[in-house]
Design a protein around this ligand. Structure first.
Ligand code: AKB
Length: 320
């Protein structure tokens, strides 16, 4: 690789595991982690780390220059539920950070960018089942509007200025190493913690709220694969649909019951239910499969077993 990799928002749910994976692939010194706050010990101690506000363009440029960075993964964003509570702050963070990176790439200072989009780009008028790659997109959340706008700008910078920007529309990502912050799909992580601690969970989504989901290892694999693919294979420069499985809180609860017999779920939907209702139930990701060979490995059964084991171990170590 020509220069180092910089991850902005490295201490978040996806950023943490992505940083560790990229350090494993390219070497610890080659991957600079940055975030507005400190993160997991393993991440902080395994390679270079910088405190960085993703909206501070001068500081981003300074770090890129100091570390001779050639590739940026911009993982900092305010997610769907939190963004509804602070719309202008979310818009500022989600959009300004993207413009800083796209402009730096346009100037030729860096040569490759990864920017995550989300199923939140879709809205209530989008076909709900097996949502196509190209379809009606009328998002109703601040987060969704920022991601849809971001997709348009990514495509524009690629077409107009040749910026090599690559993107995926992540579904809900399930993992146990770092907790997510402020998403509508977060129930599918909380449920495992509560199942192990209390054998019960009160869901903030209704029993039949079906959403597209993916285990973290698959999300990391997709991110690494799309960035390693030859440029000519990346035919879509807005963002690729990506899918692994879909389930409702009720379906997930019955899978957990196979491991914890006395597990009970109850439902008390809040404002996040209407966000979930506006999103697709399942995604057609054939373009990602055809263009750059995307293939998922985790289904609901494998995800449930892995999560119960992982969360169980984590809770044991934090207790000791
Ligand atoms: C959220 O729920 O906001 C995120 C997402 C689907 O992008 N997990």
């Amino acid at each position: 690789m020509a220069g180092r990799i910089l991850i902005i928002g490295a201490c978040g749910q996806i950023g943490t595991e992505l940083t560790l994976k990229l350090r494993e692939i390219h070497g610890n010194d080659q991957v600079v982690a940055s975030d507005i706050r400190d993160g997991a010990k393993e991440l902080m101690e395994s390679g270079p780390f910088e405190i960085l506000n993703a909206t501070d363009e001068t500081h981003i440029r300074q770090i890129i220059n100091d570390y001779r960075v050639s590739e940026v993964y911009l993982m900092a964003a305010m997610l769907s539920a939190t963004a509804e509570k602070a719309p202008m702050k979310a818009w500022h963070l989600n959009m300004d950070s993207l413009f800083h990176i796209l402009n730096i790439a346009k100037e030729g200072i860096i040569n490759k960018v990864f920017w995550p989009s989300s199923i939140a780009v879709f809205g209530p008028t989008t076909p709900k089942e097996r949502t196509p790659q190209t379809t009606v997109m009328e998002p109703t959340t601040v987060y969704g509007i920022s991601k849809q706008t971001g997709e348009r700008w990514c495509e524009y910078y690629h077409r107009k200025f040749g910026v090599d920007v690559r993107s995926i529309r992540y579904p809900g990502i399930i993992s146990y190493k770092t907790l997510p912050g402020g998403g509508t799909t977060d129930y599918a992580i909380e449920i495992f913690h509560e199942a192990i601690k209390n054998s019960s969970y009160k869901s903030f989504l209704a029993e039949d709220a079906a959403l597209p989901m993916m285990y973290m290892d698959d999300a990391i694999k997709a991110t690494v694969d799309i960035m390693q693919a030859p440029a000519e294979k990346i035919k879509i420069r807005s963002s690729y649909n990506l899918s692994a499985m879909s389930f409702t809180p009720e379906i997930l609860a019955s899978e957990i019951k196979k491991h914890i017999e006395n597990f009970e779920i109850s439902y008390e939907p809040d404002f996040r239910q209407s966000i979930a209702e506006s999103w697709p139930s399942s995604i057609n990701d054939s373009a990602a499969r055809e263009d750059w060979g995307w293939k998922h490995e985790f289904d609901l059964e494998k995800l449930t077993g892995t999560m119960l084991e992982g969360v169980g171990e984590t809770l044991k170590t934090t207790k000791n």
